[in-house]
Design a protein around this ligand. Structure first.
Ligand SMILES: Nc1ncnc2c1ncn2[C@@H]1O[C@H](COP(=O)(O)OP(=O)(O)O)[C@@H](O)[C@H]1O
Ligand SMILES: [Mg+2]
Length: 273
């Protein structure tokens, strides 16, 4: 298992793998170098870093050595960049919020003008709801664009999209090996962003056939084996985000599903096949 700063999730996965008598090597990539042309790769590598680029790079190196990785580097990168995610989802015909990619201030303002006074602005990279704004007027869009110009190159650019009024709720569905593990609803405790990191409350929900179909299709579209698919539901259901290294403490609490055990069982199946 590849880690950087192990969270509860990584500890639970570790314990579950141990309980199933799997031999585990904990690779903390912040303290141990990975040989790029090495020959002794683990048969299977589970990528569990907090840092997206760390995970994607470690995954690429392990893949090159012949390790079976979950998830593949390409998939982690596509999930890590919201523009790449939307492009992949859209190519597979999966409904996403109406969105524009704007790579400069002028483009951002034009994209904002397309919407009827309220739009959502996000940088291409990021998590936990950081730097995501509800843009309410022209001046605000301009200020966001000016601030974004000061940021590092990977954070430059905007996704400007329709605000999908869900009443501050979204649905998080976990997919493992092409199967839906379960879904929960996240309800914002203040404001409109339903990230658990921002204090959202969670509760288990039974997936409808459409939720299940979209989650599995979204995982396939980004070629992810273990992913979290976030859905926004109002009139229809749209896929908002796919996470390639999902956190799942909140999900376990809400649904009672033993995710680490499911992961261990899945890994055992993959190792046998
Ligand atoms: N277009 C949108 N319409 C309505 N709510 C949104 C939209 N985009 C994001 N949100 C809300 O903001 C939260 C954070 O946005 P998200 O795109 O998931 O970024 P992050 O990677 O930071 O979690 C979402 O969980 C959702 O509650
Ligand atoms: Mg999110």
């Amino acid at each position: 298992m590849v880690i950087d700063h192990p969270r509860l999730e990584e500890k639970l996965i570790y314990n579950s793998l141990r309980e199933n008598n799997l031999r585990i090597n904990l690779m903390n990539v912040t303290s141990v170098p990975l040989p790029i042309n090495g020959i002794h790769a683990p048969e299977l590598s589970l990528i569990r870093t907090i840092g997206m680029f760390r995970g994607a790079r470690a995954s690429a190196v392990l893949e090159s050595m012949g390790s079976y990785v979950i998830n593949e580097s390409k998939s982690i990168l596509v999930c890590g960049d919201k523009v790449l995610t939307y492009a992949a989802l859209s190519r597979s015909g999966i409904p996403i919020p109406k969105s524009f990619l704007a790579l400069g201030k002028e483009a951002a303002i034009k994209a904002y003008n397309f919407f009827n006074s309220v739009a959502v602005d996000k940088p291409p990279l990021g998590s936990w709801g950081r730097m995501i704004s509800l843009v309410r007027n022209h001046n605000m869009m301009e200020q966001i664009a000016l601030a974004r110009e000061m940021m590092s190159s990977s954070m430059k650019g905007h996704l400007i999209q329709e605000y999908v009024d869900t009443g501050g709720k979204d649905l998080r569905c976990l997919v493992l090996g092409g199967k839906l593990l379960g879904c929960m609803e996240r309800i914002a405790s203040n404001g409109w962003k339903s990230n658990v990191a921002l204090g959202a409350k969670v509760r288990s929900v039974k997936a409808t056939p459409l939720m299940e179909e979209l989650s599995i299709k979204a995982a396939e579209a980004i070629e992810g084996e273990f992913v979290a698919v976030d859905l926004l539901a109002n009139e229809g259901i749209l896929v908002n985000e796919v996470n390639g290294i999902p956190e799942f403490k909140g999900f376990m609490r809400a649904t009672g599903i033993n995710v680490p055990r499911e992961i261990a069982l899945y890994i055992m199946r993959m190792l046998r096949s």
